[in-house]
Ligand binder design. Structure first.
Ligand SMILES: Nc1ncnc2c1ncn2[C@@H]1O[C@H](COP(=O)(O)OP(=O)(O)OP(=O)(O)O)[C@@H](O)[C@H]1O
Ligand SMILES: [Mg+2]
Length: 364
């Protein structure tokens, strides 16, 4: 699936990357989740919030995480922030194994390795402290000596400058706009120079224009400091402005959209957007829902290995049996399909579910 859209001059950044070979497999990864599982058990009912999630984020990347409500986005971020522990699998952030952390390491991890910004502006800032005091607080908590006060004050000032909220340094949260509060919250999260910045719906309570400002602030911080950034969002304005968007479906990474900018022969910038399915180490992938619906793919499908792609077709045998049993009124029973010697039915209209390389990008 390739989409090409015209881009204005300050279009989205981003180097081209291929989809991960196994959903995890590029390099070491600043964030590395493999087969991550989180099961919640409440009142005897089990909820599998993460069902074997794979994700690799390289150092310095900024990645948007999108997905329907309940798909597991916050569960993932809460684990990565060290506030929750997975039921199974592995999760490593900046070299720290999140399943092996003791209580002391957990505190150090949350203080120095990760910074986080939550959706609720009120959860990010202490209401009785000014913007500057909120930024100073994590610096004071992490300080080894009282003598470095001058350096801490300078750092707080620099961060408020970077986030363009120096003018509200002396105000308490209720004296700031929602966008200003979130930008101060990013400054707080960045106070101790974390290697990873995590944000769960940071623009969820903001209007569209303010969301763009906050997103730009995060991109600016990512660019200036190189902090690896993971932003959960429902907001297409966020996901369309980062080079990589990962979609979570039912507790697993399902597709990735990679965006890059190319200049055509007339010197015009084009924004290329390509969507990839994530394939895990044992060969599982999730077909996009619209593909499944348009070809009525369900229960089981036929696969055929072609020279340069894999074909996927609906199981015509099951459909025929269903139709026959409906027509005769007899209970349905799936008969075994024909063996390999039978050619799979070709999909109507030559639709190529895998997307082929020679397909021209479509204008969006
Ligand atoms: N502490 C918990 N106890 C029990 N179930 C939970 C808990 N936290 C999350 N869940 C369940 O896990 C699943 C994933 O929840 P999660 O909060 O990660 O979704 P989400 O993708 O962040 O959704 P949203 O977009 O609505 O914020 C949901 O079914 C949710 O009800
Ligand atoms: Mg959530």
């Amino acid at each position: 699936m390739t989409t090409v859209i015209e881009l204005d001059d300050d279009g989205a950044p981003g180097a081209s990357r291929g989809a991960s070979e196994d959903g995890t497999g590029r390099g070491g990864g600043e964030i590395l989740c493999r087969d991550l599982v989180r099961i919640f058990a409440t009142d005897g009912v089990e909820v599998q919030a993460l069902q074997g999630l794979n994700l690799t984020v390289e150092p310095g990347e900024i990645v948007a995480v999108v997905g329907a409500s309940g798909s597991g986005k916050s569960t993932l971020l809460t684990i990565l922030s060290g506030l929750d522990t997975p039921t199974g699998g592995t999760a490593t952030v900046a070299g720290t194994d999140l399943l092996a952390m003791g209580p002391k390491e957990r505190v150090a991890y949350q203080r120095h390795t990760v910074g986080f910004v939550w959706q609720q502006t009120s959860r990010n800032l202490l209401p009785y402290l000014t913007a500057r005091e909120n930024v100073l607080l994590p610096l004071e908590l992490a300080a080894r000596s009282r003598r470095e006060r001058g350096a801490r004050n300078r750092r707080a000032g620099d961060l408020l400058d970077l986030l363009e909220v120096a003018d509200v340094a002396g105000r308490r949260p209720h004296e700031m706009s929602g966008g200003q509060q979130q930008r101060v919250a990013i400054a707080v999260a960045m106070a101790n120079s974390p290697r990873v910045l995590l944000a769960d719906e940071p623009t969820g309570e903001l209007d569209e224009a303010t969301s763009v400002e906050v997103l730009e602030a995060m991109r600016g911080v990512n660019r200036e400091t190189g902090v690896t950034t993971l932003v959960v969002t429902h907001d297409p304005a966020v996901s369309e402005h980062v080079a990589r968007t990962v979609r979570i479906r039912d507790g697993r990474t399902s597709t990735e959209t990679l965006r890059r900018t190319e200049t055509d022969e007339h010197g015009r910038a084009r924004h290329i957007s390509e969507e990839f399915a994530v394939l895990d180490r044992v060969g599982r992938l999730q077909l996009p829902e619209d593909f499944m619906q348009s070809l009525d793919l369900r229960d089981r499908v036929r696969l055929a290995l072609e020279e340069d792609h894999v074909g996927v077709w609906p199981d015509a045998t099951t459909r025929a049996t269903e139709t026959a049993s409906r027509d005769s009124g007899a209970p349905g029973c799936a008969t075994p399909g024909p063996g390999r010697e039978v050619e799979p039915e070709q999909p109507a209209g030559g639709h190529d579910p895998a997307g082929s390389d020679d397909a021209e990008g479509s204008e969006r």
